[in-house]
Design a protein. Sequence first.
Length: 171
Amino acid sequence: MNELEISILTPKDWERYKCVRLESLNDSPDSFGSTFGEEAALSDSEWQSRLDLKSRGLDALPLIAEINGQAVGLAWGVIHAPDREVVHIYQMWVSPASRGKGIAQALLSEIKAWALGSGCNLLALAVTTSNAAAVRLYRSSGFITTGQPTPLRSDSLLMLQPMVMTLHSGE
């Protein structure tokens, strides 16, 4: 594998973010609460705004994974006030050609390090129960199921399973 580079998306990266996010929604429509149609309809200023964390008052870590300048993965870590002890993971995706190469694990590691550095003690996410590969990834990374599955979207038969990982500063 060529060298993997993971970087933080900033407002100037909005076009790269838009491209990889839409690619993820097109590739894996059953993995996200949002749809390709909903996000493809967003204006350029809305895409720019998503990455303007300061103006949104958002404590987040939007990450992009690239190999040779080609986007191959995406993930966000977000701390929602007032519960500043939990980092929620959203938009986790790796391109089909790059799956199984440790990219998702590298994205999770970056978010975990950020969470620990932010004084958080829990990572939380929700995974589509039918996505066996993602469920295996999260379980092998130390996540456990919590709570009851809920529908992916109001009109969907697919279910999301909440999962959490407890963090310890010594990890």
